[in-house]
Design a protein around this ligand. Structure first.
Ligand SMILES: [Zn+2]
Length: 360
């Protein structure tokens, strides 16, 4: 206990380096390096690098998030480019510019997925699905975030289908099914999955007609706050392919405008929420992680279709180094005062990929 106390006392002093950088324009990287190089040998060894991480990964109330030794070692070896088991000044400069800076001053984007009439009270009202969740409940917590948190950019996605869209069950007779389809055109019911002939053959879940371009059902909920300079992203516009993710259609044939707009803004962190948790929100979060973004799913700002699938979505996010948070935690994270080790680990692994890609 005594030990633990003096330990966290040390870290509080060291945290100064990151908290100060968080609020001030300039920062003395060398002084920071010297502060953590306790034995003054010009290198950060494992224990000294551990102290860096203990100072870095904390919440806004000073609670230290621990990182398991194996992961700590993984991170250290990303920055230990000459593989001598420690971090020299040059390696620390890379670590500082590409890792610490982004953790302390993230560029955060808020992505509100498909908060549209049809999913709330229209033809694909999710409250009629097995999880019996009310989509309207996301509006209030999302508005609160929009009013209180300074995101670097805000995006609203819209499911935006032409009338002959492949996902509508009433359009089923328009296209041939493949012989491998588990149900026939005559037997198929809403929410069943069929296989269209293609070519190539394509799996598709059948939904009621929803979010038809320019219809009331495709409009964002009337109470959802639309902030100035926000950007709308339409998806599902190709009649032949469905699009759950806001990044790409389900066959990854075409990317939406989101991909280039995130690059333009140098986004590091993406906060995702909306409707439906286990369909478009989940697919978008999975893609954000796959592209390499630090990804945060906001649980209480999302509602879904099926409880088991919602659990699967959560597992996908956390097992790929994303995090699931409550909206009350978002502000401190966006301001770099609540710094999560999972997201630090994710970024380090991305840098590892980038470095090894460069050297081959
Ligand atoms: Zn749709």
């Amino acid at each position: 206990m005594e030990n633990e106390r003096s330990d966290s006392g040390d870290v509080t002093a060291e945290t100064y380096w990151f908290d100060r950088y968080n609020t001030e324009e300039t920062f003395d990287m060398d002084a920071c390096f010297r502060a953590f190089d306790k034995d003054g040998d010009g290198y950060l060894n494992f224990s000294e690098f551990h102290s860096v991480c203990r100072a870095l990964f904390r919440n806004d109330k000073g609670k230290i998030y621990s990182m398991e030794p194996k992961k700590l070692q993984d991170v250290l070896s990303v920055f230990d480019r000459n593989k001598d088991g420690q971090i020299d000044r040059e390696e620390f400069a890379f670590c500082w510019n590409n890792w610490i800076k982004k953790i302390v001053r993230p560029v955060s984007v808020f992505l509100v997925v498909d908060v549209q009439n049809d999913f709330i009270s229209g033809t694909l009202n999710i409250s009629h699905c097995s999880a019996r969740q009310n989509g309207a409940e996301v509006v209030e917590p999302i508005n609160r975030l929009l009013e209180t948190v300074e995101f670097d950019a805000v995006f609203y996605s819209l499911d935006w289908h032409p009338s002959d869209h492949v996902s509508f069950i009433d359009n089923l007779p328009q296209r041939k099914l493949h012989e491998s389809s588990p149900v026939s055109t005559e037997e198929a019911k809403t929410y069943d999955t069929v296989v269209f002939e293609g070519p190539p053959p394509m799996k598709q879940r059948l939904w009621p007609r929803h979010c038809v371009q320019d219809s009331w059902g495709a409009e964002l909920h009337k109470d959802l706050k639309i902030v100035e300079k926000s950007i709308k992203v339409c998806k599902g516009t190709n009649p032949e392919v469905d699009s759950y993710s806001v990044f790409w259609d389900n066959k990854k044939l075409t990317e939406t405008t989101l991909v280039s707009q995130l690059q333009e803004k140098n986004a590091t962190d993406i906060y995702i929420c909306g409707l439906a948790y286990d369909v478009c929100v989940g697919a978008t979060a999975a893609d954000a992680l796959a592209i390499g973004y630090r990804t945060i799913l906001i649980d209480d700002c999302s509602r879904g279709v099926d409880l088991k699938d919602i659990e699967k979505t959560k597992n996908t996010v956390t097992s790929n180094n994303g995090v699931i948070v409550d909206s009350s935690q978002v502000k401190a994270m966006v301001e770099g005062r609540d710094r999560r080790p999972e997201l630090g680990y994710k970024l380090a692994m991305e840098l590892k990929g980038a470095i090894s890609h460069k050297s081959t």
